[in-house]
Write a protein that binds this ligand. Structure first.
Ligand code: ADE
Length: 245
């Protein structure tokens, strides 16, 4: 997979891909990540990438010409059969694990990091395939949102983590994860639950499943509607809800 990130502040994105697991994926050639400075596609002395909005109002709008030229150039430079152009904006579809999974199957992504008050509408209608938001809050620009999307997508690439680990975690199945513990068995009067030290794998699995159901019930009951629940799961949930009333 190749990911091009188009931004006027490449410095913001220099850190996130140079550490830890994403760096390892880059080093192992699972993914190529390029930071593309939008100003490189300007032709004037001031390298202007934005301008005031027609009709008045405050803020600056990213101009169409550098963005069109950048996307055309990046598409020409790749051997990929298909490119998906993504604009990060608070007005986009809300990003989730299912979208991350879909994007992880693409060959080439171009991510445009929006800035200021927005981008010229002709960019949206002319070159963008998908508009994504990472949540209902407004950031100063799309760079950090793009880093979030890249991180979520890259860790799903084949070979990044084991299939089993990927399937086990929150949001693959729509339940929150059970609590985790490591050594020591007791710390400041807080004990690791006995069952986890018991060595009884059947009981451990049961405890984990129940903790997972309980957490989801308490924190994200909306997720339970999409979960595949066994009769045992449903009985357990009935009992929690009864004991809460
Ligand atoms: N740009 C500003 N806020 C954003 C958000 N919430 N998601 C994606 N891009 C953004």
């Amino acid at each position: 997979m190749k990911i091009d990130l188009v931004t006027i502040f490449p410095g913001i994105l220099e850190g996130p891909f140079k550490e830890s697991m994403i760096k390892r994926a880059v080093d192992r050639n699972l993914v190529e990540i390029n930071l593309v400075d939008l100003r490189q596609y300007t032709h004037d002395r001031h390298r202007q990438v934005d301008d005031t909005p027609y009709g008045g109002g405050c803020g600056m709008i990213l101009k169409p010409e550098p963005l069109f030229e950048a996307v055309e150039d990046l598409k020409n430079k790749t051997a990929a059969n298909r490119t998906r152009v993504i604009l990060l904006t608070p007005q986009g579809h809300k990003f989730n694990q299912q979208m991350a999974r879909q994007l992880s199957g693409e060959e080439h992504l171009i991510m445009i990091c929006g800035r200021y008050e927005g981008v010229d509408e002709r960019v949206r209608s002319g070159i963008v395939d998908i508009e994504l938001s990472i949540g209902d809050y407004v950031l100063t620009g799309g760079e950090i949102a793009a880093a979030v999307v890249v991180d979520a997508v890259v860790r799903l690439l084949p070979g990044f983590i084991s299939e089993e680990a990927a399937a086990n975690e929150s949001f693959s199945e729509p339940l929150l994860e059970h609590p985790h513990y490591t050594r020591p068995p007791e710390y400041r009067d807080m004990k690791v639950p006995d069952v986890l030290l018991s060595g009884n794998h059947g009981e451990i699995e049961k405890w984990r499943r129940q903790q997972s159901l309980k957490r989801t019930y308490e924190r994200r009951p909306d997720l339970l509607e999409q979960a595949e629940l066994s009769t045992e799961d449903m009985e357990y949930l009935e009992n929690i809800s009864k004991s809460n009333n």
